[in-house]
Design a protein around this ligand. Structure first.
Ligand code: PRT
Ligand code: ZN
Length: 296
């Protein structure tokens, strides 16, 4: 069987979390410093470490079969490829809940532009020209789009643009450059993508296995195993407080007829507020444990 290649960002905002997710899914690689190729040691799955911008094209061209990249980059680069090859496709398998950001339209704080419609006939700077042109077209606005690879946020103060479309997470960069957001073009997070078309049976099987493991890692990261003692009479009430718990296990407590032990896997976050509610409902000896692996 051929080996699968997974592309992740070599260094940058998504690099560490992408690698950690794959390692927690049980993949081991022969790390080689500075090289962009890490051989898979325990499964026929190798790693390619590249610039995030290259990942969508590597997938479209089937150089890699799996890749982790921001949805913003995946969509931008796919639109770019589709200009030459309209049939090109990318399939998103799973959103990964990291690398969250928003692509926003921003203007100088003192600008009178307050929506995309105010940009008619004006000039816009961005690193995402395809997404911006699509957004303008969807809103029937004609504006000039200037492509900048970096430092987009300083374009308005240099007088090279009336507005920008750029990624925002905390908003600090916008504020530091006296810009204000007036619209959202898209919200984005890291996602797992696959190449278009079917692989051979062994390849598809391996890909399905990896996907199940990655889903398991994600689910486990959110889940907690909760153990507690509770009055038998308040079982239903207590079960209802446990976030995302389905059919908890109820166990007898030696020498106690009116109290039971409850064990449950909570698939949603367990907050202090939940524990306080449990206590108020008569629970005691409450333990919250991390879940390492899950296989549904
Ligand atoms: O070298 P390579 O090309 O691989 O990396 P890169 O420099 O193109 O990308 P990188 O590592 O900066 O970002 C990779 C991905 O992380 C992006 O494509 C997004 O999907 C995601 N992401 C999440 C972000 C941000 N948050 C983010 N805040 N990417 C960039 N930013 C920038 C933003 O544009 C702003 O200039 O960070 C700056 C700070 O943002 P604030 O709002 O917190 O001030
Ligand atoms: Zn990049």
């Amino acid at each position: 069987m051929n080996r699968l290649q997974i592309a992740i960002q070599k260094s940058g905002r998504l690099a560490d979390k992408s690698l950690s997710l794959l390692e927690r899914s049980g993949l081991q690689f022969a790390r080689s410093k500075d090289k962009l190729f890490w051989f898979g040691r325990n499964l026929p799955v190798d790693l390619l470490l590249v610039r995030d911008d290259d990942i969508p094209r590597l997938l479209v061209e089937n150089v890699c079969q799996l890749g982790i990249v921001g949805e913003n980059v995946a969509e931008e680069k796919l639109l770019e490829v589709q200009q030459q090859r309209p049939e090109a496709r990318l399939e998103s398998l799973l959103r990964l809940d990291f690398g969250h950001c928003r692509l926003k339209l921003a203007v100088p704080e003192d600008s009178d532009i307050d929506s995309i419609h105010g940009l008619a006939g004006r000039r816009l700077a961005t690193s995402y020209p395809q997404l911006v042109r699509r957004y303008l077209a969807e809103n029937s606005v004609e504006a000039e789009v200037v492509m900048l690879n970096g430092a987009v946020e300083i374009a308005p103060s240099l007088g090279t643009a009336d507005a920008i479309v750029d990624l925002v997470s905390t908003g600090t960069t916008l504020r530091a450059n006296h810009l204000k957001a007036v619209a959202e073009v898209m919200s984005s997070q890291a996602a797992l993508y696959r190449c278009p078309g079917r692989l051979d049976d062994a390849g598809e099987e391996l890909m399905a296995k990896l996907l199940t493991r990655i889903q398991g890692v994600q689910q486990a990261a959110e889940s907690k195993y909760v153990m507690l003692h509770a009055p038998r009479a308040r079982l239903a009430e207590i079960s209802a407080i446990l976030p995302g718990a389905e059919s908890p296990t109820v166990l007898a407590l030696e020498g106690q007829d009116d109290r039971v032990a409850i064990h449950a896997v909570c698939t949603e976050q367990v907050f202090w507020e939940h524990l306080e509610e449990l206590k108020a409902a008569g629970a005691s000896a409450v333990l919250v444990l991390p879940v390492e692996k899950m296989l549904a």
